[in-house]
Design a protein around this ligand. Structure first.
Ligand code: HEC
Length: 160
């Protein structure tokens, strides 16, 4: 990488750190990389330009949402993000008993925690997952999920 490019990148990274404001460090948390990815139900695909997102969850949370019940603790949602057809990263939201207690009220998303994993399943330590929570808080009325309303529509082919 040449100097101009690495300088631009450094500015970009520092800029985004300042933009976050209240808590600037990246972190690991209670979210683990899901072991049984192939047992999840891929219920919807979101396409935007060169980005393709395969969104999936456990059969238990599919059933709960279809029955209008809260998503059970111990479940998770995975957004598998591809760029130009290549695996780019995994976004994971995991719900667990007491997970919300790790955060103060301003940041808490009930008992959900969020994490960004690279294709090698390591955590992206440059991300502050408070950003994930801040955006998903707008979905409080649908259990912090953006695409839960697609689950009742799912009949075997990912909803688009
Ligand atoms: C700028 C707002 C925003 C931020 C920041 C954000 N998300 Fe999301 N997230 C969305 C939207 C919108 C969707 C629905 C899919 C789409 O339109 O791309 C979504 C979908 C998801 C889903 C699928 C379940 C659902 O809610 O439909 C997961 C899992 C997820 N995000 C995890 C994360 C993680 C982890 C982070 C942080 C590393 C994060 N998100 C940051 C807006 C955001």
């Amino acid at each position: 990488m040449n100097f101009a490019k690495s300088f631009a990148l450094a500015t970009l990274v520092t800029g985004s750190v300042f933009a976050v404001g209240w808590q600037v460090h990246a972190e690991t948390n209670r979210v683990k990389f899901p072991e049984n990815l192939d047992q999840l139900v891929h219920y919807t695909t979101v396409r935007r330009g060169n980005v393709t997102e395969h969104i999936m969850t456990t059969p238990e949370s599919m059933e709960a949402i279809k029955s209008g019940l809260p998503v059970p603790a111990g479940t998770y949602f995975v957004l598998v993000d591809h760029r130009d057809g290549e695996l780019y990263r995994y976004f994971v939201m995991e719900k667990g008993e007491g997970f919300g207690a790790d955060y103060d009220e301003r940041r808490r998303t009930a008992d959900w925690q969020f994490q960004w994993f690279w294709p090698d399943k390591t955590v992206n330590m440059n991300e502050n997952t408070a950003r994930c929570q801040s955006c998903h808080r707008s979905q409080q009325d649908s259990d912090y999920l953006y695409t839960a309303d697609r689950i009742p529509e799912f009949t075997g082919t990912p909803v688009e």
